[in-house]
Write a protein that binds this ligand. Structure first.
Ligand code: GUN
Ligand code: ZN
Length: 447
């Protein structure tokens, strides 16, 4: 599949972080050339990026596609109440159709806002639907079923036996890992310390190494959660995961808001990737992660929207703007320069997927995942010299014009090409209504 992206301003995110006026030629899903006035073979499709910025596609390092259907139905709660009163009962009421509707809505929203890849945590059941949705949308997904073999307040419909949780995860690896031309990959998703036995976590570590996949979990998000973890295990979250072998460059931990010095050292020394989710941390009143300090210390930190019910959008422009602004009052105006924020949304996101050699920058040899952004809107005018600053501080997701994943155009001139926006919206509305009826039905089976 070849493609010429012509006349754009390329924010390459290469080693020198160069910004170039150049064309970009794609061949076989990879970037083949970057340069001025490139010639393409006759018949090569052309994307006109005149007057637009071309960026590596944004990568969410933490997401729950299964929760998008619950948007606007779980406000005003802190983490553990939010999970027990809303999110877990909602997830337990999912069937295959509602999960597919949730995932389709997710990938439509992500593509429309310039995101091309994500690390996703599913719910306990029906995870095939999330992979099938990403496959059909042309999205790049590393995902996995949530693992929950323990916990207080977990509905019977989500609680699973340890062996079954592991077996289902392995079956999903067999069905999906490496499919979709390599776009779809697996990551074990033990939900968080409070939903997992030590036996499950230890076996996840063994299987992660045996199968060459990743681990994706939540850690140290909320003070009450941290207190219960300490009470149950005698250790802090990251420390507990470390003792059981979950830390390392193959692991991505969402949040990491409340860390001891020891835990910060563990994250740095093991190369564990942290995902900063600023909207989620504010909305659930979780706290503010010490992101500049973590990054200055050498911890890899990416960005993510988390789930729609704790955000309430899946919009990397919002996360970038918040990540850029949130830390300044505490650390100073230079704490999070635009280049650092863009690194989080691209290069570090690629690392969260273990794909730093394949994604995250516009360089020859990398997979062709990109978006183009118009800076012609009134809200971004007039343009100055600092293109990265304009993207991070002024641009909005509605400024995204074209999106390419693996060399395939999935949005052109704001028109989705792999999903029918109207149909996705109608199905999401219908499926959440049905899910709420299932939830309210007195004959509901939760076991
Ligand atoms: N911790 C455990 N599960 C979840 C979840 O679904 N969302 C968030 N934000 N934190 C969690
Ligand atoms: Zn989450």
């Amino acid at each position: 599949m070849s493609l010429l992206v012509r006349n754009g301003t390329l924010v390459t995110m290469d080693a020198q972080r160069r910004v170039l006026e150049a064309d970009l030629l794609v061949e076989g899903g990879r970037i083949q050339r970057v340069g001025k006035r490139l010639k393409a073979p006759p018949g090569t499709p052309v994307l006109d990026a005149s007057g637009q910025v071309v960026l590596p596609g944004f990568i969410h390092g933490h997401l729950h596609a299964c929760q998008t259907l619950f948007r606007n139905r779980a406000d005003g709660l802190q983490l553990l109440d939010w999970l027990k009163q809303r999110i877990w009962p909602f997830e337990a009421a999912h069937d295959a159709r509602s999960l597919r509707a949730s995932a389709d809505l997710t990938f439509a929203e992500l593509i429309r806002s310039g995101s091309t890849a994500a690390l996703d945590m599913g719910t306990v059941h029906h995870t095939d639907e999330v992979f099938a949705s990403a496959r059909d949308a042309g999205f790049r997904l590393t995902g996995g079923k949530a693992m929950m073999d323990a916990g207080v307040g977990v509905p019977a419909g989500l609680r699973e036996a340890t062996r079954r949780s592991l077996d289902e995860s392995v079956a999903l690896i067999d069905r999906w890992h490496g499919t979709g031309g390599g776009r779809l990959r697996y990551a074990f998703a033990p939900r968080f310390v409070l939903s997992c036995t030590d036996d499950l976590l230890s076996e996840v570590v063994r299987l992660t190494h045996a199968r060459g996949v990743r681990i994706h979990t939540h850690a140290s998000e909320n003070p009450s959660e941290c207190a219960v973890v300490r009470e149950r295990t005698g250790r802090d979250n990251v420390d507990h995961f470390h003792k059981l072998g979950l830390t390392g460059p193959h692991a991505t931990f969402a949040h990491c808001v409340w860390l001891s010095r020891k835990e910060q050292r563990i994250l740095r020394e093991t190369g564990t990737v942290v995902c900063h989710c600023p909207s989620s941390n504010l909305k659930l009143a979780s706290g503010i992660a010490r992101v500049p300090e973590l990054m200055d210390a050498g911890v890899h930190v990416c960005l993510g929207a988390d789930g729609a019910p704790c955000n309430n959008n899946l919009d990397m422009f919002m996360e970038m703007r918040l990540a850029a602004l949130l830390h300044k009052p505490r650390v100073g105006p230079l704490a999070m320069p635009p280049v650092r924020v863009l690194e989080m949304a691209t290069l570090e996101g690629a690392r969260a997927l273990g794909l730093q050699d394949e994604l995250g920058s516009l360089e020859v040899g990398k997979r062709a995942d990109l978006c183009t952004v118009s800076l012609a809107g009134l809200h971004a005018t007039p343009n100055g010299e600092d293109v990265m600053g304009a993207v991070v501080h002024a641009a909005q997701s509605s400024d995204v014009r074209h999106v390419v994943i693996d060399g395939r155009v999935v949005m052109q001139d704001r028109q989705l090409l792999t999903l029918d926006e109207q149909e996705v919206r109608a199905r999401a509305d219908a499926e959440i209504r049905k899910l709420l009826r299932r939830l309210e039905s007195p004959r509901r089976k939760t076991a």
